[in-house]
Design a protein around this ligand. Structure first.
Ligand code: SF4
Ligand code: SF4
Length: 385
């Protein structure tokens, strides 16, 4: 599937002064310090959630969620500030075989070949999509907010990190269809664990080539604008990145490096125009956190960035639903018409969305008629996987 290359990456959404975002204002951090969110934080982070005799909320469902998150939570903690385990900025060469002599550097006479090699290695490690861009410093957090000591720390990312490698990990289609119940949360958790696994290994590969590399999950910089700059997709009404192959059914990680690479070109394939006609994610959002109507640069609260034209998400209400639900939610992924497996039928519609935009109301109508986006009973997930 070919997309149209465009000159602007995430810059296409900039309509005002965009300053670096302070990570402490992000949805997962505010419940730890923002007085208006402390009660919600206690409910979300510290309240036991007994299993219920209900599809998707049984003990086996909850155990699957926690198992899926295990690598991220124990060996990376990208949601909680990163900079440890797979996301560590400093590392010891405890054991390596072959033990390569230190100080070696790959020949960069052919940067296109080196860039291609890095993408191939990212895919070999498990990445579904990979793209490269020059790192736009506006997307780097002004300060980090590590959960460990909850002290905002000014960004220490050195100027030498000029490039970003954006990585997209596909999440399981059948599991996401069970949203907002646990199989979907497990798909999300597994996505986070794979982010740490793939980005951590890729960063170590680049270090092995003689360059600096930092693997990041949600920490250090905003992933979505970097992925847009790297040509992985477009911003949508649901506040997520829409990719051509998987729609919003992906998780994003990135590796920041000083290795000179060939940047990809940003793409456009009709997402913005389609979102203008479609409000399925807004209708099916249980907390009504997704905006209807036209895009705007207005903010709901401090979790939204300034200076961008888009549909701002109300992250406070979103998190309030997660806390009440006892697990997270992916309805805005499940219901999105771009969330479909690849195959000739869906690929044909994707082609139509890109090239025959006047037919968008018809594609939307067909999506409804065919019943796409409906929730699957989580018990079915256990018998069909
Ligand atoms: S995750 Fe669920 S509650 Fe939050 S914005 Fe998406 S659909 Fe709404
Ligand atoms: S559900 Fe519709 S409006 Fe929402 S992100 Fe997907 S295409 Fe856009």
């Amino acid at each position: 599937m070919k997309a149209r290359f465009v000159d602007q990456g995430a810059d296409r959404y900039v309509v005002g002064n965009v300053t670096q975002f302070d990570q402490k204002n992000e949805m997962f951090c505010r419940p730890l310090w923002d007085e208006e969110m402390l009660d919600l934080g206690k409910k979300f982070y510290m309240t036991e959630v007994p299993p219920r005799n209900k599809p998707g909320y049984r003990l086996k469902d909850q155990a699957m969620v926690n198992a899926a998150w295990h690598l991220e939570n124990t060996f990376a903690q990208g949601v909680a500030g990163g900079r440890m385990g797979m996301y560590a900025w400093e590392w010891d060469q405890i054991f390596e075989f072959p033990l390569v002599p230190p100080g070696l550097k790959i020949d960069l006479d052919n940067p296109a070949e080196v860039t291609d090699g890095i993408k191939r290695v990212a895919k070999f490690f498990g990445s579904a999509l990979v793209g490269v861009c020059k790192l736009d410093r506006r997307w780097v957090y002004s300060a980090a907010f590590p959960f460990r000591d909850q002290k905002p720390t000014p960004s220490e990312l050195g100027d030498q990190y000029q490039y970003a490698i954006a990585i997209a990990i596909e999440m399981n289609y059948q599991a996401i269809r069970c949203s907002p119940t646990s199989p979907s949360s497990a798909a999300t958790g597994l996505g986070y664990s794979k982010m740490a696994f793939i980005a951590g290994l890729l960063a170590h590969y680049i270090r092995g080539l003689g360059f600096k590399a930092i693997a990041c999950g949600n920490d250090t910089a905003c992933s979505i604008p970097i992925a847009i700059d790297a040509g992985l997709g477009e911003l949508a009404r649901n506040g997520l990145l829409i990719t051509q192959a998987f729609g919003p059914r992906i998780r994003l990680a990135k590796v920041l490096t000083d290795m000179p690479l060939i940047a990809d070109r940003p793409i456009e394939f009709g997402v913005w125009d389609f979102c203008l006609k479609c409000e399925k994610c807004a209708v099916k959002c249980p907390s009504q956190s997704i905006a209807y109507g036209e895009p705007t640069d207005k903010l709901n609260n401090i979790s939204n960035r300034q200076g961008l034209l888009r549909w701002p998400i109300n992250a406070v209400e979103c998190l309030r639903f997660w806390a009440a639900n006892g697990t997270d939610c992916a309805n805005c992924i499940r219901t999105c018409p771009f969330n479909k497996p690849t195959g000739w039928l869906h690929d044909t519609v994707r082609w139509g969305v890109r090239n025959l935009r006047w037919l968008n109301p018809f594609f939307l109508w067909m999506d409804d008629i065919c019943g796409y986006g409906k929730q699957t009973n989580a018990d079915k997930f256990w018998t069909t996987q």
